[in-house]
Write a protein that binds this ligand. Structure first.
Ligand code: PHE
Length: 463
């Protein structure tokens, strides 16, 4: 029998779980990463592939990840070990948990640096630095920040401290209350931004850019674009590294997984699309370049705040909420390794959180130096920060996702998953999930991988 509670605590209600999981999913991935990645790949076609990946790959894998977590009720490493034994499979499946820890480690190290930019922007927006700013001045502002290791270090350190503090107190008690009003507030502010962009920006151009797929734009690098769209789906939904798995392990056995996942994935996607609709109109109205890279929102949003009435207030509020969104995601990135340290090393939670936090913080220093002093050092044309971002989102998370799909669909016995979903045998929802998790999700991920390395072209030419 599976245990019904976790030693790390439990969510107090279904709503608490939805909020926490949405807090994990909604973050810099939606508001910072989605617009600039969509911009790099020319908009609409990328957005369409992204949406398809969320629906066909992301949703079934999120259901599987929560299901595994809830059944194992431990950190991803120990959950996979326990479940594999129970299903009569090799405990080597725990490797999935280890890859997840590695991915979480790498992601949080650069995530914290970007969250640090957001913190810095709270102060700048608050001191009225953006008022009347134009595109050039905004770009210079951003350039000054990323060129200054000391400032980056200060903010990165602050963000890591904030994250460690919550994880040290225990996620359920620390996080639940905060997300309850922060998520709705972020949503509201994003809506206001979209309305502003609609009034003051070039909304028509942005709409066409985002929602009228122009596949010609993809042709030159279609494989790379599909891989990035899929990676974005994994990153944005927090899938493939155990964050959602561990949140599932704190979920009561009665809750319906399917319904919760549709809500979480729906909100995550909505926030990403709203972010695009807030940012691209400003990009086009100011003659900026949508493909300008990771600085995109930090260079465009200040222009909007600088022009709109009450901009200093809105700007401050917006960046404060973005910090919170990043914070609730950062917490979920740290939680799997901390839970593992508590279970296996028998550390107290505070000590485990501090040790894991220090390790991530050190790696984050390498990330922030790659933006300035170490910018000459590149691997495959990328600095450390970009490299970590690329490898985690486009390789490690999808790989983790495939492993989760294979375990849930092929290794786990049918009765086990059926029981965990609380569905009647033969329920059409269950059959659909099973079809997606056994075939469509893993095969699509593998095809996208093969396509990105050019393997499909070779095969197609061959036939
Ligand atoms: N989903 C988060 C975001 O969009 C990032 C994240 C990735 C969090 C993986 C946890 C795990 O910002």
């Amino acid at each position: 029998m599976s245990s019904t509670t976790s030693i790390h605590g439990m969510w107090s209600s279904r709503l608490a779980f939805i909020l926490a999981a949405t807090g994990s999913a909604v973050g810099l991935g939606n508001i910072w990463r989605f617009p600039y990645t969509a911009g790099e790949f020319g908009g609409g076609a990328f957005v369409l592939v992204y949406l398809l990946c969320v629906a066909a790959i992301g949703i079934p894998i999120m259901m599987a990840e929560i299901m595994l977590g809830r059944r194992g009720r431990q950190s991803p490493i120990n959950t996979m070990c326990t479940l594999a034994k129970r299903e009569g499979a090799t405990p080597a499946w725990q490797l999935l948990g280890w890859v997840g820890i590695l991915a979480g480690f790498l992601i949080l190290s650069f995530y914290s640096v970007i969250a640090g930019w957001t913190l810095a922007y709270v102060v700048q927006a608050g001191s009225g630095d953006f008022s009347g700013i134009n595109a050039d001045a905004s770009a210079a502002f951003f350039g000054d920040l990323v060129g200054d290791p000391a400032r980056l270090l200060t903010w990165h350190t602050l963000f890591m401290i904030m994250t460690v503090l919550v994880v040290a107190r225990g996620v359920a008690s620390g996080l639940e209350k905060a997300v309850q009003f922060l998520m709705p507030a972020l949503f509201l502010l994003l809506l206001i931004m979209v309305i502003y962009a609609w009034q003051a920006g070039d909304f028509g151009a942005a709409w066409v850019y985002m929602f009228q797929p122009d596949f010609a734009k993809l042709e030159a690098h279609a494989g790379e674009a599909m891989l990035s769209a899929m990676g974005q789906a994994f990153f944005s939904l927090s899938l493939g590294m155990g964050a959602i798995m561990i949140y599932g392990s704190y979920l009561s056995s009665q809750a319906s997984i399917g319904r919760n996942v549709v809500i979480i994935a729906g909100m995550d996607t909505l926030v990403a699309l709203l972010a695009g609709m807030a940012i691209f109109p400003i990009v086009f109205a100011n003659g900026l370049e949508p493909g300008s890279g990771p600085g995109l929102i930090f260079q465009t949003l200040p222009i909007a705040f600088g022009q709109m009435p009450g901009g200093s207030l809105f700007g401050t509020l917006f960046f404060v909420l973005l910090v919170f969104a990043a914070w609730t995601s950062g917490i979920s990135l740290l939680e799997p390794m901390v839970a593992w340290l508590v279970e296996s090393r028998e550390f107290g939670r505070p000590l485990a959180a501090i040790l894991a936090g220090i390790a991530v913080w050190l790696l984050g220093i390498a990330c922030l130096l790659s933006l300035n002093l170490w910018s000459e050092f590149t691997v495959w044309g990328m600095g450390i920060l970009d490299l970590f971002d690329y490898i985690t989102a486009n390789v490690l998370l999808p790989l983790g996702g495939v492993a989760i799909a294979l375990f849930a669909g092929w290794v786990m016995h049918r009765q086990s998953s059926e029981q965990e979903f609380n569905l009647k045998p033969g329920s059409p929802f269950y059959l659909l999930w099973r079809l997606l998790i056994r075939y469509l999700a893993p095969i699509s991920v593998i095809l996208v991988f093969l396509d990105a390395v050019g393997f499909l072209d070779i095969i197609i030419e061959w036939i």
